[in-house]
Design a protein around this ligand. Structure first.
Ligand SMILES: Cc1cc2nc3c(=O)[nH]c(=O)nc-3n(C[C@H](O)[C@H](O)[C@H](O)COP(=O)(O)OP(=O)(O)OC[C@H]3O[C@@H](n4cnc5c(N)ncnc54)[C@H](O)[C@@H]3O)c2cc1C
Length: 391
């Protein structure tokens, strides 16, 4: 076993850190206030986020995980996880816009299953940051039990006709197109009856934004006799779930890496605060009631780190996604739950300031709370882990 990070990835991290400091930190300072009100000001932030995406893509970071022919660098899952961790650890809200995963606005590797003549429209402009997309699976009646979706797609000559209603779709508000999952065979469903399509935004209607405790506000999407040409199927008809499964494990590594970076940021901030804030005539850190929760958080962070790096390494080095699913669920479950616990302890160290919108930990706690639900809630991860135990 070799636990060292390869030299080329260390160099890449350094160059990403310097990009974040040089190009994103000034924007973060200028726009931080937009996040302090009741909700982030989307009209002000949307062009800033677009600008960050374009700058990061130009420097080769934004979609680095995509293959070179698809506008990326072919960066490994471990390398991508390290960049995601570093963006989260920077403490800059805007840094996460500089790296596509785990944000579904960036190019999904699922798009690589489109025929080559469609890459100019749907793959390259998303990798360059000029266009964005969204991933539309969840419906009001089907979340954790995704195979229960009701959206249908019916073949009509050279086209597919899609009808249905999706909700909670991240970047649904701005996406130029959606990856949409629809039932094409109601008998087979998950076992060969659900198909993934790419659907341009002129074929769907955006419903209301869905305000929630995180800073990311998804949207409803309505498909009413939406039409796409037959070649807009991703991979094979009926195999949508299987196609998506191939990328599920790397997605879990990126969520874990984001949780890791956020927990590290919170711990660094709380540690500094504990050393400098005084109460009862001495620094807070001189009380074990403060130092022990922080010491425990450090231990939790190291456990998260090695779960994430190990999962990323397995995805990079092993061919069978099914063999890794148990580890992927353990990583998603443990990293989000424990990072949330870390952030909660860190918030406590800040006292009242911990609860303030402009404080360093409040939005981290809210974001981590969201990560415990999305992309397979914690209970769904436990179901998968239980299955690996034969339960
Ligand atoms: C901010 C945000 C962004 C999102 N972005 C996207 C997106 O871009 N694309 C997309 O397709 N979806 C997205 N989602 C949807 C998200 O993935 C779902 O909310 C999530 O999968 C849970 O589904 P649900 O909300 O329908 O909850 P439900 O499935 O109704 O579950 C409710 C609760 O019951 C638990 N539960 C369910 N089944 C079991 C069981 N068998 N055993 C034990 N417990 C169980 C769940 O864990 C959960 O705690 C987003 C959601 C949010 C809030």
């Amino acid at each position: 076993m070799d636990f060292r990070i390869p030299d080329e990835l260390t160099a890449l991290r350094q160059s990403f850190a310097s990009f974040l400091d040089r190009e994103i930190r000034p924007l973060e300072e200028e726009y931080a206030r937009e996040f302090w009100g009741e909700a982030p000001n989307r009209e002000v932030l949307a062009p800033v986020i677009r600008d960050i995406r374009l700058r990061s893509a130009r420097e080769g970071f934004y979609a680095a995980y995509m293959p070179e022919e698809a506008g990326g660098q072919g960066l490994s899952v471990l390398g991508t996880s390290l960049l995601v961790e570093d963006a989260a650890r920077s403490g800059m809200r805007l840094a996460m816009a500089a790296i596509a995963p785990p944000n579904p606005a960036g190019p999904s590797p699922l798009l690589l299953k489109l025929p080559p003549h469609l890459w100019e429209t749907y793959v390259l402009p998303v990798a360059s940051g000029e266009k964005t997309m969204c991933f539309a699976l969840t419906e009001p009646e089907a979340g954790s039990d995704a195979q229960a979706i009701r959206t249908t797609a019916v073949r009509d000559g050279d086209e597919w006709v899609i009808n249905g209603h999706k909700h909670y779709i991240t970047n649904g508000e701005h996406a130029d197109f959606a990856i949409v999952f629809a039932v094409t065979d109601a008998e087979k469903r998950a076992a060969g009856g659900i198909t993934a399509f790419v659907v341009p935004s002129d074929q769907f209607r955006r419903g209301k934004l869905q305000w929630n405790l995180s800073d990311s506000h998804p949207a409803e999407l309505f498909f009413d006799q939406a039409r796409v040409p037959a070649d807009h199927v991703i991979g094979e008809v009926g195999m949508g779930f299987f196609e998506a499964m191939a990328f599920l494990n790397s997605g879990r590594a990126y969520i874990g890496a984001q949780s890791l970076g956020l927990a590290e940021w919170a711990l660094d901030a709380a540690t500094d605060h504990a050393k400098t804030r005084t109460a009862f005539g001495k620094p807070l850190s001189r009380n074990q009631g403060v130092s022990f929760p922080l010491a425990r958080s450090k231990a939790d962070i190291e456990a998260i780190r090695w779960l994430v790096y190990h999962l990323a390494w397995r995805v990079d080095t092993e061919g069978d996604p099914l063999a890794i699913m148990g580890d992927a669920s353990i990583t998603k479950f443990y990293s989000t739950e424990e990072a949330y616990a870390v952030a909660d302890r860190c918030l406590q160290v800040f006292g009242g300031m911990g609860l303030m919108r402009e404080g360093p930990v409040e939005r981290v706690l809210r974001h981590l709370r969201m990560l415990r639900v999305v992309e397979g809630a914690s209970e769904v991860q436990l179901l998968v882990i239980a299955r690996t135990l034969g339960l």
